[in-house]
Design a protein around this ligand. Structure first.
Ligand code: S3P
Length: 433
């Protein structure tokens, strides 16, 4: 198991770029493959999760060219969604987005296919997509009550449109249904308890596939083929969040991140940090398929806050690093309505609570969140990533503020979303000592 050793740094100033957005990279491949011709993608995230999606589509006969720039510039040759049956089970690795969105695509293919995943992905609930996709006419067999992987999907050329009231605000559920809905006759609608990230809606609109949002409901019409167009993937705000917290929590620090996604359904982390006292300026430079621009942070003291309700889906992946920010802030922070964290790459509520306690931070854990008492001195500790990239990176950042050495065990998982994170961290450490 690879480990990362982190020590406290005195100051922090950086200008950096983060790799491409993971959610948008997955979608650029899938929607490109469904389109009617070649789509050139720039800024693609060549991380393990997105490469799992690339492999999945290649195994279904989709031609994908690597054009350069370390795998970030590619061309997908759309085949109008006329895929061939894969010869082997499709390995989704650690990637929930690959498994759930591919399930939506495979529901509308006239063959049987199997989706497998690693140990963590094989423990995550897939009934959340199996239930609506079965209502649309596909058959999905998985393990146990929660329909866990391996999943055997028997698709159908024509599916039935449905209205689905999703019990969870989840872009993965919404997107799986929208992908299947392209193979349904008529209008499919999905209502969510709160709006989740809208990359699918935006990218489909950009590729001229009509879909509309009214309040918490999205509607999409079947029988549409995406028009092939080039796609620019912005930097990932979820990756930027680690550095934003590292800078915001340190008096006098300065950080500039360029070319990062600023989609309103993803930037809850910025609102929370501002509420906690951070000085952050966002500038939108470009609004193609997705708004993108720069973020400037000037470090100052932070104070505790409350995070919950409709804000949760807008920062769901940033809660581990926000919990670290809370530990570095004066006063208490309460995180609630975040029970979804229990079914991510690890149980992130218990992983965060346990790791913060190891670093000397008082934490009360609840079923749907936690209360963190900030303002104590962090002490270096041994942290187990549990194979979860966001736990590994969040606690590497915590290590920059802790007395003594912090050792993160199991950092290979960082490759799933942020190749280059460790190199960036080591460079910052070398410059800041
Ligand atoms: C994602 C949606 C979120 C997020 C995940 C990526 C996506 O999951 O946590 O990292 O690309 O649609 P849920 O939709 O399950 O909340």
């Amino acid at each position: 198991m690879a480990e990362l050793r982190v020590k406290k740094v005195k100051d922090f100033s950086a200008e950096l770029k983060v790799p491409g957005d993971k959610s948008i990279s997955h979608r650029s491949l899938m929607f490109g493959a469904l389109s009617n011709g070649p789509c050139e993608i720039t800024g693609f995230l060549a991380s393990e999760d997105c490469l799992a999606t690339m492999e999945a589509l290649s195994s279904m006969g989709v031609e994908i060219e690597r054009l350069g720039d370390n795998g970030t510039h590619i061309r997908v040759h759309g085949c109008r969604g006329e895929f061939k049956k894969p010869e082997k089970p499709i390995d989704c690795g650690n990637s929930g987005t690959t498994m759930r969105l591919m399930a939506g695509i495979l529901a509308g293919q006239p063959f049987e296919s199997t989706l497998t995943g690693d140990e963590s992905l094989s423990k995550r609930p897939m009934n959340r997509v199996a239930v609506p996709l079965e209502r649309m006419g596909a058959r999905i067999k998985g393990q146990g009550d929660r329909v866990m992987a391996p999943l055997v999907i028997t698709g159908r050329e024509k599916l039935t449109p449905i209205h689905y009231d999703s019990p969870v605000a989840s872009a993965q559920i919404k997107s799986a249904i929208m992908l299947a809905a392209l193979k349904a006759d008529g209008k499919t609608t999905i209502t969510e308890p709160h709006p989740s990230r809208d990359h699918t809606e935006r990218m489909l609109n950009y590729l001229l596939v009509k879909n509309i949002r009214e309040g918490d409901t999205v509607s999409i019409w079947g029988g549409q083929t995406p028009e092939s167009r080039d796609i620019v993937v912005p930097g990932d705000i979820s990756s930027a969040a680690f550095w934003i917290v590292a800078a915001a929590a340190r008096k006098g620090a300065r950080l500039l991140i360029d070319n990062v996604g600023l989609n309103p359904t993803r930037i809850g982390v910025l609102s929370v940090m501002i509420r906690m006292g951070a000085k952050i300026i966002e500038r939108i430079d470009e609004s193609g398929c997705e708004p993108m621009g720069s973020i400037e942070v000037v470090g100052d003291g932070l104070r505790g806050t409350e995070i919950g309700g409709s804000e949760i889906p807008t920062l769901i992946d940033e809660i581990p690093i926000l919990a670290v920010a809370a530990a570095l802030a004066e006063g208490k922070t309460v995180i609630k309505d975040a029970q979804e964290l229990r079914v991510k790459e690890s149980d992130r509520i218990s992983a965060v609570a346990e790791s913060l306690r190891r670093m000397g931070v008082p934490v009360d854990e609840f079923a749907d969140g936690m209360e963190i008492t900030g303002g104590q001195k962090l002490k270096g500790a041994e942290i187990n990533s549990l194979g979860d990239h966001r736990i590994a990176m969040s606690f590497a950042i915590a290590g920059l503020f802790a007395e003594g050495e912090t050792v993160i065990k199991g950092v290979e998982c960082i490759e799933t979303s942020y190749p280059g994170f460790i190199r960036e961290l080591k460079q910052l450490q070398a410059m800041s000592r």
